[in-house]
Unconditional design. Structure first.
Length: 257
């Protein structure tokens, strides 16, 4: 069901002095997105945390090294709360989005997922010490994470990739999904750099359903501006006991300038 576009600006005391304004906006389908700066930026990371800044991590693309344009591409570092949402604890440089529950939705549908770090759970970390975890128990969501990237070559062809994994169903064995899914997981690139996950201009990958295993998601698109936005997406169908998703080890590289 389409929802009216609404925008709400939240000013957080103590952050204005640092030039930070926290904002939440609803996109074209009622998607809640973090739209301005937030406390999960690089200046919120404690000294000594191992995060990778933009353009410092070489990755292999078709056998040749390419520079990774993402900030904190490995989703490491000290996770911090996004805006006033206490259940949205995010990897530095990444922001959450989700479809807000509508007045006509049943209680299980379009719930805001809980976002948290996966630190300490090695089976849910693709590499390093952390990964972004999001989940809804006894409910379903349309949600993900995103990052806007500046300084890309206009008209250049870009490739976004990230590893994803899911656990779904009504069983209690975390190594095996029972009766859950499909999770409808995919990733996308907005060539215009906008922050609406329902924009018709987003180029999306094929959907996957990587229950109990890591799978690589890849999509390519031609940039239209010097800024693009990359998204992850999951939308489980059923309100099972577990609908959980992990994202880790992302890359945004220039395929053709």
């Amino acid at each position: 069901m389409n929802r009216t576009l609404r925008v709400s600006i939240v000013l957080v005391p103590g952050l204005l002095a640092a030039g930070l304004v926290l904002a939440g906006a609803l996109g074209s389908n009622g998607a809640q997105v973090g739209d301005a700066g937030h406390a999960g930026g690089s200046d919120a990371v404690r000294a000594g945390d191992a995060i990778t800044d933009r353009a410092y991590l070489p990755v292999s693309v078709q056998g040749s090294p390419q520079w990774n344009l993402l900030r904190n591409a490995n989703l490491e570092g000290t996770y911090v709360q996004f805006s006033y949402f206490q259940t949205a604890v995010m990897a530095p440089e990444w922001r959450p989005w989700w479809v807000a529950q509508g007045a006509d939705d049943p209680p299980w549908k379009n719930r805001m997922p809980i976002y948290e770090p996966a630190a300490g759970n090695s089976s849910r970390i693709h590499a390093g010490r952390n990964a972004q975890h999001l989940f809804t128990d006894y409910g379903a969501h349309q949600a993900g994470v995103y990052q806007r990237v500046q300084g890309v070559p206009p008209a250049g062809r870009l490739r976004f990739s990230i590893w994803g994994q899911a656990w779904a169903g009504n069983g209690d064995d975390p190594s095996r999904s029972v009766g859950g899914g499909p999770m409808h997981m995919r990733v996308g690139i907005d060539p215009s750099g906008a922050s609406d996950p329902f924009s018709p201009g987003i180029v999306w990958s094929e959907e996957q359903n990587p229950l109990d295993r890591w799978s690589l998601f890849v999509v390519e698109a031609w940039a239209q501006e010097d800024e693009v936005t990359v998204y992850t997406w999951s939308a489980p169908e059923s309100p099972t006991v577990h609908n959980e998703v992990w994202w880790d080890d992302a890359a945004l590289t220039i395929v053709s300038p």
